[in-house]
Design a protein around this ligand. Structure first.
Ligand code: PEP
Length: 251
């Protein structure tokens, strides 16, 4: 049985004091709702404060990116050891905004994922097609290729700490949502790709989230689909009420 993972992606929102206030308000709303794992991926500077605020609750804290080198002359970057020391357990890798605005490629996504796993972090690896690719009818090929490239060289043992977030780029922050059928179908393609790479058991076990304008209104239907094991949630993770409703839907 797969357990849902509901993860927020705060992007470049919330100062440390806002993060503390948010988690203090959220914690009692989601207390005991253990039918899903609850994660908030927050800006680097918020991680320590967020992890402190989340202590003793069922909320886990993650980062939004990580560098693949352990240390050195990489101005502006943050290492896996730094993330772990301030309390991050998860890290988002390869978000479409990183790919779109910061030159992230499947090669760097693969390097970052390997570094995160080697350090004992859980990696939320994002992939998904752009609008032109969906319109051209090549979504399945695109997500299969990204799955193979992003996970290249990752062992079956390490795969247990990988979550895949299927995020159609045209649905992120746009208010456009994939239909539950589209989400299910494409998450299913990713699962089949995992089966081909790692075998049926690994494919049955891996968590595949949907992300792209998931909110308190559409979560229940999306999460009701067989291949959708949770959500990566941007906008709606910034509102306690909406995020709680999504957690409730998963429960
Ligand atoms: C995201 O940032 O991963 C995301 C899915 O954003 P939104 O929910 O706002 O579309």
């Amino acid at each position: 049985m797969r357990k849902y993972v509901i993860a927020g992606n705060w992007k470049m929102n919330m100062t440390p004091s806002e993060a503390k206030a948010f988690i203090t308000e959220l914690a009692p709303c989601v207390a005991g709702k253990d039918g899903c794992d609850i994660v908030l991926c927050v800006p680097y500077v918020d991680i320590y404060v967020a992890a402190e605020a989340a202590k003793g609750t069922n909320i886990h804290i993650g980062a939004e990116n990580v560098h693949y080198e352990a240390k050195g002359a990489y101005t502006g970057e943050v290492s896996t050891a730094m993330l772990k020391e301030v309390g991050a357990e998860y890290v988002i890798i390869g978000h479409s905004e990183r790919r779109q605005y910061f030159g992230e490629t499947d090669t760097t996504v693969n390097l970052r994922t390997k570094a995160a796993l080697a350090a004992g972090l859980k990696a939320i690896v994002c992939l998904g097609e752009v609008k032109e690719e969906r319109l051209a009818g090549i979504t399945d090929e695109v997500v299969a290729m990204q799955t193979k490239l992003d996970l290249a060289g990752i062992s079956a043992e390490d795969l247990k700490n990988v979550i895949i977030a299927y995020e159609p780029v045209w649905a992120i922050g746009t208010g456009l949502t994939a239909t539950p059928e589209q989400a299910d179908e494409t998450c299913g393609v990713i699962r089949k790709t995992i089966a081909a790479l790692y075998g049926e058991k690994a494919a049955e076990e891996i968590i595949i989230q949907y992300g792209g304008s998931m909110n308190d209104k559409n979560a229940k239907e999306l999460l009701g689909k067989e291949n959708v094991d949770g959500g990566l949630i941007g906008g709606a993770s910034l509102k306690v009420d909406a995020f709680t409703t999504i957690v409730d839907a998963a429960n």
